[in-house]
Write a protein that binds this ligand. Structure first.
Ligand SMILES: [Zn+2]
Length: 1025
């Protein structure tokens, strides 16, 4: 899947979080429905048995004719209504699986809106909406005819004398099916394709044409082929669609147009992004993840181009007029969303893995020298995963390609992974350590998917998190294997865990497992919850299961379900079978309800602790929109661990766990190692393996803070980061005095490790964004300058000979020092930039501090400095450098310059300097500048139709844009503007959830200001005197 867009991070220091942003073996004759249905029954029965109560109800879901007979459990809170309501919501959301699970007495999935009057051979009208409105929920395709094999041919027309506006592609497809339900209709997905000529439907050996006509259901993106008679059960049929045509445009979806410049020449290439629902925009197919089939692909190209697809090329046929048809080996059984078709003029570098998998790295010819690092890393990690999963990589080749225009970070197409240039290309001496880690992480993430997602695929997008969370966790294992000195598992807590804590502390969050139907809803959940929370709870699971059980369970899971689809319970069973734990009972509490707990550790006497869990909410008084109901009353199964000042043990294992159960009862721990209150400290969640916060009595907080001041190294770097992050977040929710949070910064002038600084920097950047327009900002700036002064003096801006993490720390400290007005830092940045301006071909700035230097020089410099940065942006060949310059251009303190830059970002003309994939980032960069904030927000409102049309249907861009623009809103005036704007729009595209989150965040920020500014003022006064 499209890996999330990390551009906002890798342009500055490595970690600069924007705190506000964001087996069954049953016959599969009905595909995933059967498997999923069974899993649901098991899921509900498990809960029902656990509480011993069940009730039977009937209901009809709104808007369709669902009528199910279901057994529902009661919940621990004693009410069955919550679970029932959840079921009804799922059914209403189009999850027919609920009915299957409930012995449906009747189920009519597509009762209306199916047009039958369209005569052949007309295609869909040209008025197909660019962003379908989420008016229909029952979008699942009927499974009466199941595809076995597709033979697809595509020919792209993107060559002169055609103008880009007229580019298109032609295609044909032959699909063999098996009849699973006597029906006279074949349902396929199709979007934005035009069809000419009649189709043909025959039995396997038959000559009689059973084709009657075809129609379209535009709301559901269905192409319905009507037959002259019903198919015979279990017989095979062949559908031939001889000709369809689609537009080739640069919309980053399906088969799309990309381009790049070589000298003055614009080179056009065709590439693809199918996930989640755009294979149907490339050829008619049954475009759902569980409907797997084999694919035989032919791509037709001109002689000066090459074509690439998931499998190796096996033949080439001359078609005349300089056309050549490349045929590819038939794929294994796979999902449509993992297909990839590329026609380009790229070059490649090549290596072989230990198991003789051919690995090639493609890039545009000018960037081919930037491929060796990703190629070498890919080969090592592919081999590592083969050994770790104990399952051989199933394809004969693995290609990676850096695409100039790409919506996400990367996409794990089986055997042909596509990347954004910044996620694959690395140039030693020019790219930063952060760029290098970003490449390694994305390569590792996408390779993990080759097993987890590609070999075994989630049955439906509601289990997207299983794919993404898993890949987002094991990506750390892959990189740790290649670079053990990078301390990837330390970085995990700030990169993923603490980052998603912030997002998941909102009442407008969502459960990890979330029902989705319409493509807009599917796109909406490619978010931090699916990725980072998924990864975090998988890490916690590995901790309580132990490494060996975890690894063996994964192998069992992959082997038993290879080439098939899975439900998350399949993973719980595989892992549970390898351990003594009831994995599902634990994990359901983390996946079926949103948010997370705080464990209150009461330390009142020597040798004794009492533990109590409660739900953490950033704003405990926020009104619950009621969209999700917790089946567990917001109580969790928590693997609690602790250490003390006398033990100082950070090597905790599953043997050290005290379980806090979802019954919510308090636990008491008796242990001689627990010191007397006020004499020593207790620390919960060593290494932060658990997805929970820890709070203490004030005396214990004081002891922890005292320890940091006297000798912070006694506490592990991960837990120093945890103390800072927990204290500030608990202060934000009102569970702890802000004074305590402020005191966690006392020791920072002595801190020289990256991870705690990353946590502090993240918290303090939030304070910065809140105070940026407040009279108190001057005092805050002084405070921050004093906290970073010693560290900057010691580290300087000279990165020569630094280790990876030293380089990260230097980036963080330099950035803070310059931003808060350290004159040595600013002078040095200006000097280096001037040196570069004087000799543009010889950049003297170390890659690790480029972001700081460029931004500082633009902010403190002249218009000429800004123009120089823009000119360099235009000519730089390394995508990561281009991104740093784009970010720096937003640092200007001139509002007219920022206005000009904003308009450049949304310029769609052929002369535009900024690629569409980068436009959202530029706008967010500008909005983070205190001077640019209102400019960007005004532009967004003014050009709403443009943004909705261009970004509203996409996976990440729109959500990032909305959360980025509004992240520092903290006044009643901001809130009323946001509310009024949201209410004035009928269609919010894929941004609906982001607007809700922005509203909640703004309310929370307002409360933060009211509650904490007086305390911070007092604190700052005491610090600066
Ligand atoms: Zn992914």
């Amino acid at each position: 899947m499209p890996e999330n867009n990390y551009e906002l991070e890798d342009v500055t220091v490595k970690y600069k979080s924007d705190i506000n942003s964001l087996n069954d073996s049953a016959p599969r004759d009905r595909g995933m429905y059967i498997s999923t249905a069974k899993a649901f029954i098991l899921a509900f029965l498990a809960i029902a048995i656990a509480v011993g109560v069940g009730i039977i109800v009937h209901f009809a879901g709104p808007g369709s004719t669902f009528e199910c007979k279901c057994t529902y459990p009661t919940t621990d809170s004693g009410s069955s209504s919550a679970a029932m309501q959840q079921c009804k919501d799922w059914a209403a959301a189009g999850n027919a699986v609920i009915c299957s699970a409930c012995n449906a007495t009747s189920y009519t999935p597509y009762p209306s809106n199916v047009s039958t009057s369209n005569p052949v051979p007309t295609g869909p009208p040209k008025t197909t909406p660019a962003t379908p409105k989420p008016t229909v929920k029952d979008v699942r395709i009927p499974l009466h005819m199941m595809p076995i094999k597709y033979t697809v041919e595509l020919q792209v027309f993107m060559y002169a004398p055609l103008e880009p506006a007229a580019f298109y592609f032609n295609g044909s497809v032959i699909i063999s099916f098996e009849c699973k339900n006597a029906t006279d209709k074949i349902y396929l997905h199709s979007n934005k394709l035009n069809y000419t000529g009649p189709f043909r439907v025959t039995t396997e050996n038959g000559i009689e044409d059973l084709y009657r006509n075809h129609t379209f259901d535009m709301d559901r993106q269905f192409l319905i082929v009507h037959l002259t008679q019903k198919c015979a059960l279990n017989n095979k049929y062949i559908l031939e669609i001889p000709h369809f045509r689609g537009p080739l445009v640069s919309d980053l979806a399906g088969l799309y147009l990309s381009s790049y410049k070589r000298g003055n020449q614009t080179i056009h290439i065709a590439t693809s992004q199918m996930q989640p629902t755009d294979a149907r925009k490339t050829f008619p197919c049954m475009d759902e993840p569980a409907i797997k089939a084999q694919f035989e692909v032919t791509l037709v190209r001109k002689s000066h181009m090459v074509s690439i697809s998931n499998m190796p090329n096996i033949s080439m046929e001359a078609r005349g007029d300089n056309w050549f048809a490349d045929k590819f080996k038939v794929t294994p059984k796979m999902s449509t969303y993992l297909l990839a078709f590329i026609i380009c003029d790229f070059h490649y570098t090549k290596a072989m893995t230990e198991n003789n998998v051919t690995y090639r790295a493609y890039a545009r010819p000018d960037a081919i020298d930037q491929t060796p690092y990703s190629l070498e890393t890919g080969v090592k990690i592919l081999t590592f995963f083969e050994k770790y999963f104990n399952v051989t990589y199933p394809l004969p080749k693995q290609d990676m390609i850096a695409i100039p225009d790409f919506a996400a970070g990367a996409m794990e197409n089986w055997g042909l992974i596509t990347y954004r240039e910044t996620a694959m290309l690395y140039q030693p001496g020019v790219s930063s350590a952060g760029n290098k880690q970003r490449v390694a992480i994305v390569v590792s993430h996408e390779l993990a998917h080759q097993w987890f997602g590609n070999l075994v695929t989630p049955s439906w997008w509601d289990d997207l998190w299983l794919n993404e969370g898993f890949a987002s966790y094991v990506e750390y294992m892959g990189v740790d294997h290649v670079h053990p000195d990078w301390k990837m598992f330390e970085q995990f807590v700030v990169e993923d865990l603490q980052d998603v804590f912030n997002f998941d502390g909102l009442i407008s969050s969502h459960p990890v497992y979330v029902p989705v139907a319409h493509p807009d809803e599917i796109n909406e959940i490619f978010d931090k919850i699916s990725y980072a929370k998924g990864a975090t709870i998988i890490r916690m699971m590995r901790f309580f299961l132990g490494d060996t059980n975890f690894q063996k369970g994964l192998t069992d899971y992959l082997r038993s379900l290879e080439y098939e689809a899975a439900f998350h319970d399949d993973l719980w069973y595989a892992l549970g079978n390898r351990s003594a734990f009831h994995v599902k009972e634990v994990m359901d509490t983390w996946t079926l309800q949103m948010n997370y707990p705080t464990v209150m550790v009461s330390h009142n006497q020597q040798g004794r602790l009492s533990l109590k869990q409660s739900r953490y909410l950033q704003d405990p008084n926020a009104a619950d929109p009621g969209k999700y109901v917790s089946p567990f009353g917001y109580k969790w199964e928590i693997p609690f661990t602790y250490t003390t000042s006398s033990q100082r043990r950070f090597d905790v294992t599953s043997k050290d766990i005290t379980w806090l159960h979802k019954t919510g009862n308090d636990m008491v721990v008796m242990d001689n190692a627990i010191p007397a209150p006020g004499v020593g400290w207790v620390l919960g969640n060593p290494m932060q393996y658990g997805y929970y916060r820890v709070n203490y009595d004030r005396t214990n907080w004081d002891m922890l803070i005292q320890q940091l001041v006297t000798n912070h190294t006694v506490i592990h770097a991960i837990n120093r980061a945890q103390i800072i992050n927990d204290a500030w977040s608990l202060a934000q929710s009102g569970d702890l005095a802000m004074e305590v949070a402020l005191q966690t910064t006392n020791y920072l002038d002595k801190e020289r490790e990256y991870v705690p600084w990353a946590a502090a920097s993240s918290q303090l950047s939030f304070v910065n964004s809140m105070l940026a327009r407040h009279p108190l900002y001057g005092s805050f700036k002084n405070f921050m300058r004093s906290k970073t002064g010693d560290a900057f003096k010691e580290l300087t801006m000279n990165n020569t000979g630094s280790t990876h993490l030293e380089s990260f720390l230097r980036s963080t400290i330099s950035d803070l020092a310059c931003v808060y007005g350290n004159t040595r830092c600013i002078d040095e940045a200006k000097r280096l930039f001037r040196q570069w301006r004087d000799n543009p071909d010889n950049n003297p700035v170390d890659p690790g501090i480029k972001s700081t230097v460029y931004c500082t020089a633009v902010a403190e410099g002249t218009l000429d400095d800004w123009e120089f940065a823009l000119a360099r942006y235009r000519v730089e060949n390394l995508a990561a450098d281009k991104m740093r310059l784009l970010s720096a251009l937003a640092c200007s303190k001139d509002s007219w310059v920022l206005s000009r830059y904003l308009l450049m970002a949304i310029d769609k003309s052929s002369q535009a300097d900024i690629r569409k994939q980068d436009a959202v980032n530029v706008i967010i960069f500008i909005s983070r500048n205190v001077i640019g904030r209102s400019l960007a927000w005004d532009l967004f409102r003014d050009k709403w139709d443009f943004f909705l049309k261009d970004f509203g249907g996409g996976s990440f861009g729109f959500t990032n844009l909305i959360s980025g623009l509004t992240s520092s809103f903290n006044t009643e005036f901001d809130l009323s503007q946001l509310k009024a704007f949201k209410e004035s729009k009928n269609d919010l595209g894929s941004g609906a959830r982001a607007f809700d989150q922005a509203l909640e965040k703004t309310r929370s920020n307002i409360k933060w200001m009211t509650a904490h500014v007086p305390v911070i003022q007092k604190w700052l006064e005491s610090q600066n005197t």
